[in-house]
Design a protein around this ligand. Structure first.
Ligand SMILES: [Zn+2]
Ligand SMILES: [Zn+2]
Length: 142
């Protein structure tokens, strides 16, 4: 186990965050192809997830707008530049203690690689997934 310290920011730099996590907890980057994530991100949503207790918005908390995307989840973005930053499944008992963070906003995604594609049965019709990374029709059971 090794503890990693990840930091990141939105496009305009108004919002910055910090996440400390064991590398094993992060388990790589997940690409979600569900319709909500496609609309939210503009393509698919690539994110890491880490322990919420070790996650902190270190700058610009008032600039984070939380959009309630379903009765169980909310999505955080920068109200100045619109960068999609966070997904929090606060209504899911197994996800409430996690924070998902967009991989593209990380300052230094050291050691992280794309590890799985999820909700692929809902992917956009305009692309194929051919990168050899495991593909799941919905959500994989761990
Ligand atoms: Zn911003
Ligand atoms: Zn999704």
């Amino acid at each position: 186990m090794s503890e990693e310290h990840y930091t990141g920011a939105c496009l305009c730099g108004e919002v910055k965050y910090s996440l400390r996590a064991q590398s094993e907890e992060i388990r790589g980057i997940t690409a979600c192809h569900c319709e909500q994530c496609r609309r939210w991100s503009g393509h698919h949503w690539a994110s890491i997830h880490g322990p919420k207790s070790e996650f902190e918005i270190t700058k610009g908390e008032a600039s984070v707008k939380w959009y309630r995307s379903s009765d169980k989840a909310r999505r955080g973005f920068c109200r100045n530049c619109g960068s999609a930053l966070f997904w929090h499944g606060e209504g899911y008992s197994d996800l409430v203690d996690q924070m998902d963070i967009s991989a593209g906003s990380l300052d230094n995604p050291k050691g992280l690689t794309l590890s799985r594609h999820i909700f692929c049965k809902f992917k956009g019709a305009y692309y194929e997934i051919k990168d050899g990374v495991p593909v799941f029709e919905t959500f994989p059971k761990d």
